[in-house]
Every structure is written in C-alpha cells, then in structure tokens.
Design a protein. Sequence first.
Lengths: 157, 157
Amino acid sequence: MSDCPFCVKLADLSSVAADEMVWRFPESVALLGPWQRYTGYCILVSRRHACELSQLTVGGRHSFLDEMAQLARAIESAFAPRKMNYELLGNQVPHLHWHLFPRPHDDDDPLRPVWFAIDRAERDDAERTELRTGTLPRMEIIARLRTHLLRIAGGES
Amino acid sequence: MSDCPFCVKLADLSSVAADEMVWRFPESVALLGPWQRYTGYCILVSRRHACELSQLTVGGRHSFLDEMAQLARAIESAFAPRKMNYELLGNQVPHLHWHLFPRPHDDDDPLRPVWFAIDRAERDDAERTELRTGTLPRMEIIARLRTHLLRIAGGES
C-alpha cells in the first residue's frame, strides 16, 4: 500500500541502510531499531501488509510467529538480557510489526515498559542520544545477531 | 514455584473469581484483566512456569501462541476494537503471560501504548475507577468472549 511506510520500505529492501538491515526471513524482515540502549532491539516487519494477526492465514501466522521466536532467541543468545519484551502494537503504523526489546541488566527503569524512557527521549535531546546509543556500534550489533541467526534460522540472510 | 504469583494462582483454578476466569486452554489460562476501559482486555497465562518463550519446547510454544491468537480473535470478534495490542513483558512478574489489549474506537490516547493511562490510573483514584470500568459488567464481557471462544477454540472451557 503506497501510503504505508513499511510497505514503501519493504518494496525496495536494497535501499535499507546497512546499519539497519538485520535479516530477511521468508515472511518478515528484521530491522535494527533506533533505541540501542536496549542493545539488539529489533523491529520485525511482516512482508505482507496486514494490520492484525487474524488477517494472516494460519500458515502465514505460524511462520511469522516462528520468525519472531527465532529472532528473539538470536537476540537473547547474542546479548543475554535480563528479560525479553515482545510488543505488537500498531497504534501509529498498523502494518504488522513486532518490537523485540532486550532489557539489559543495568536498565534504568527495569520494572516498567520501555515506552516511558522512549517518551522522554522523544522530548529531550540528551535522553534521545543516550537511548539511541548502544554498548556497541550498530554494525557490530548486526554482525553478532547474524552469527546467531545463521545457527538458529538457517543459512538465509 | 511457590514464590511466583501466577503459579500460586494456577495451582488452584477453582479459587479464581468467576468474574476473572475466561477460558482454560491446554497450555494457558485466560483471565479478564483489571482495565476494562479496554473492554475485553485479557491476560493469557502459561500453565508452565517459564520466563522466556525460548524456554518452551517448540511444540509448547506453538500451542501457547495458537492460544494467544485464538483469544485475540475472540476479543476482536466480540468487541471489534480499532486495534489489538499484544504484549509479553514480564518485567515485574516473569512467568510468561500475554497482555491482549483491544484498543477501543473512542480511546483517549489512541496513538500510545496503554501503559501511560495505566500509570496515571495507578496514582489517581478517579483515573483508576474510570480505567477499571468497562462498557459492560465483567460477567457479561466474559460471557461474550466465551461465545466466540466456543466457536474459535472448540468446546472446551
């Protein structure tokens, strides 16, 4: 759909920045998210334009959720977070996408969802810079995720 | 585990309040959540004590996620929300549980996650009462969910 930002992005994957593209699954594409204070945070975007899981076929849903689980496992293996957070919201952009947030052991606000910190970051330059900055360069984070994805999801990237 | 509140609750399902118990799936139990301003909001608790999806067997994970999808579909069928939000967090209670929030068409804060409204509700009596109060009595919400679950998930309740 021409007015859907994820459809526009997925229509030309070769133009996705190298420090954003993580993995091409059969049913979805994994992108490195902006908030790398949560080192390894990814957004998993369905290749199919649908706005609810219930709009997928049963087989399509199974594959999409398997890919979610594989990506989460790679994030866990690579960065050993205290806890994984999975969120499929779509309140602003309804095209199906999972936020997979690894919550680090030194999280500043460990008991609450990430959205409070992100809300502050969106209104404050210093907070934004801190939340965008991971413990590693983005290309290194992607390289580590791919090492684990190769094992977990097979040879495709 | 004796110090896990969900394990304690699931160990004696007969003691769960009638206006909280929605459905007994093979791998999980659906409970009506407190914040019924999001009419139909459910918490789907894994019967197995695990803290990450990656700790389930592949078959166990498939079943748990199928039950999540069935419950979400029942919520959608019963209450026709603007958007479904799925969240598996576990930052406070790690035992696997999905929050399934139907976002209503007259949501006061439709573009943001529910947690901002819930945070206000936890600090303000009037907001709390409003957020806990659905458009229907809790038993009626449960009855409507069960009608759809009977069709979607089969005869078991």
